[in-house]
Design a protein around this ligand. Structure first.
Ligand code: SDN
Length: 152
């Protein structure tokens, strides 16, 4: 770990990064969300679906996925929690979080689905955090195991 920045600083920076990133997705700013990934970034949001690659590919994937809500608009919010972070010697960060997707239609009670784990590789680019890869596992998928969080 670099001496200039404490683990606590890094942990808070990753939380802030996620708060901004996931708000972009939830507000429908797919371009903004996709550009929080590196130019060679990879994103798999559903098991069995091929990874979307590059910010342009990620925008296309998100536009396609959200077509299923056409005619039945919903507000989705991705709630991240239980962040576990490991910093590698080359500065790469591995992060695992729990994610709940809260979906509100016109009903007062939101649906919580799916319950997910997220495994990210994060890097610093020009002093800013970016996602190099994101793999989302879904708890209903019995082939998926999130494993224990790494001890730092
Ligand atoms: O970006 C994410 C996502 C995400 O984009 C998801 C999408 O649909 C588009 C970060 C962390 C978790 C997720 C989870 C999902 C769930 C996925 C599939 C679905 O909602 O049925």
């Amino acid at each position: 770990m670099s001496s200039a920045r404490s683990f606590t600083d890094l942990y808070v920076a990753v939380q802030q990064f996620y708060a901004v990133q996931m708000r972009m997705l939830d507000e429908g700013d797919f371009e903004g969300y996709a550009h929080t990934f590196t130019s060679d970034g990879e994103f798999t949001h559903t098991p069995g679906r091929p990874p979307a690659r590059t910010p342009a590919g990620i925008v296309k994937e998100l536009v396609d996925f959200h077509k299923k809500f056409e005619g039945n608009p919903v507000q989705r919010r991705h709630w991240f929690n239980m962040l576990a972070l490991t910093e590698h010697d080359d500065g790469t960060l591995e992060s695992t979080v729990y994610a709940l997707v809260l979906t509100s239609g016109t009903d007062r009670v939101p649906e919580v689905a799916p319950s997910c784990t997220v495994h990210d590789v994060l890097v610093h680019e020009s002093g800013r955090l970016k996602t190099r890869s994101r793999t989302v596992g879904h708890d209903y998928d019995r082939t998926h195991k999130s494993g224990p969080a790494p001890l730092t």
